[in-house]
Each structure stands twice: as C-alpha cells, then as structure tokens.
Ligand binder design. Structure first.
Ligand SMILES: Cc1cc2nc3c(=O)[nH]c(=O)nc-3n(C[C@H](O)[C@H](O)[C@H](O)COP(=O)(O)O)c2cc1C
Length: 220
C-alpha cells in the first residue's frame, strides 16, 4: 500500500493486536469498541483510547455512534475520527432491505446481542427469532476446533460457508426467516432512515458548535 501512496488503518480490539499492527507498519488504528455492530471488541471507547494512545498514531473510534452527541463525545476523548456502520445502514442510500433498516430504527440497546454461532467470534446482531434459535455460544466441537492454530482456520471456513448458505436461504424466503441483522448499540439513538449526507452534515455541525463553545468559554 505504501509503495503506491496508500495508507493502512487496521481494526483492533485491544493493545496486543494493535502492537502486531504497529509492528507491521500501519499508519493508524481503528479502535473497535464494545458498542460496535458486527465483530465487536470488549472495551469502552475511553478504555480503548487509553490502551492505544501511547502508540502515537491516529486513532479512529468504531462503535456505538448513532447520534451527533455520541460523535462529539468520541472526538472529545481524543479520537482523530469516527467510523460508523449501523447509522449508515439506516440511510436512504444503503442497499440493505427495508426490514433491516426498520429493525435498526425500532431496536433498543437491549435488543443487541452477541453471538459466536455466525463466525466463531462474537458478532453484535439484533436479537430476533432466528438468532434465538441459532443460540449465542459456539458448541463444544467448534470451541475445540477454534482453539487449535490450524483447526481454527478450518472452523472459520465452515462458519463462512454456513453464513453464505443461511444468507441464500433467508433471502429466498419472503418471510425473512433465517435473516439476521448485524447492528450495534447505537440503535438506541437511531430513529429514522435519512440521507447519508444529512447525517454527516448534522454530525459535523455539532462538532463545530462544540468547538465554538469551548473557544467562547476559554476566551472569556
Ligand atoms: C452489517 C455490518 C457488517 C460489517 N462488516 C465488517 C467487515 O466485513 N469488516 C470489518 O472490518 N468491519 C465490519 N463491520 C464493522 C464496521 O466496519 C464498524 O466498525 C462498526 O459497524 C462500527 O460500529 P457501529 O455499527 O456501532 O457504528 C461491519 C458492521 C456491520 C454493522
């Protein structure tokens, strides 16, 4: 990437993975926290910032930002930027199904659950009948496979193949049975489906207003 003028930011959930990424020469880190949609981490945005700040590279916060307030809070911690997933799924431009977008709009924070049954590592999804049937913990055979250096790759391939099979089955049924929706705890603050540009403008305006408020307070 560097040879062609690109930059590399690596997803990390804790310091040991960040060290590996830094040793590999990354330009920045994406700090995936415990509020993220998809493969979530275990630490809060502030805890993860403290764990990673000493590397001295730009840190991007990923997880839990559905409102302008949460966006400003993450930047105020010291993050250089914020990566949004769930909020942009509930946007006009996103090609996700209407059922998925409505599930995000109506879900509460308590509807977000972690399941290991999709990929072998915890994935944040909206709890629905399908996820309740699937369960949240990997079975004993999968756990044993996931412990081995080589076997874990076979197990993850199995999970990936199963995901494709499930996705095909789910999408071919009009009931949506077999469909699952990855989303994070930011669902709590997401109440509408809006154009992505509106979301970005609202968040940017909130950050500018916060900056102006600080300037006004310090120049008094
Ligand atoms: C449907 C969905 C799919 C995702 N797929 C990936 C992926 O393939 N690779 C990845 O690094 N992160 C993936 N993520 C994580 C996002 O890049 C982002 O870090 C996360 O969504 C931020 O949390 P938020 O959803 O609370 O905004 C995914 C997230 C969602 C919701």
């Amino acid at each position: 990437m560097h040879a062609v003028g690109g930059v590399v930011y690596h997803d990390v959930t804790e310091r040991k993975w960040a060290q590996k990424a830094i040793d590999g020469g990354v330009d920045g880190l994406i700090a995936v926290n415990n509020r993220a949609g998809g493969h979530a981490g275990g630490l809060s945005p502030a805890e993860l910032f403290d764990a990673l700040a000493s590397f001295g590279v730009p840190l991007v916060s990923a997880g839990g930002v559905g409102t302008a307030r949460e966006f400003v809070d993450d930047l105020a911690i010291g993050y250089a930027a914020v990566q949004l997933g769930t909020r942009f799924i509930a946007s006009t431009e996103c090609k996700a199904s209407d059922a998925y977008k409505q599930a995000i709009v109506t879900a509460q924070e308590s509807d977000i659950t972690l399941t290991e049954r999709l990929s072998g590592i915890p994935v944040a999804v909206i709890n629905n009948d399908y996820i309740r049937r699937l369960g949240t913990k990997a079975g004993p055979f999968a756990r044993w496979m996931l412990r081995g250096h080589k076997t874990k790759h076979w197990m993850r391939t199995l999970y990936a193949l199963n995901s494709v099979r499930r996705l095909k089955a789910g999408l071919s049924k009009s009931s949506g049975d077999g469909e699952y929706w990855q989303a994070g705890k930011s669902v709590a603050g997401i109440h509408d489906v809006r154009p992505a540009g509106d979301i970005v403008r609202e968040f940017a305006a909130a950050w500018r207003a916060a900056g102006e408020a600080v300037t006004a307070a310090t120049s008094r």
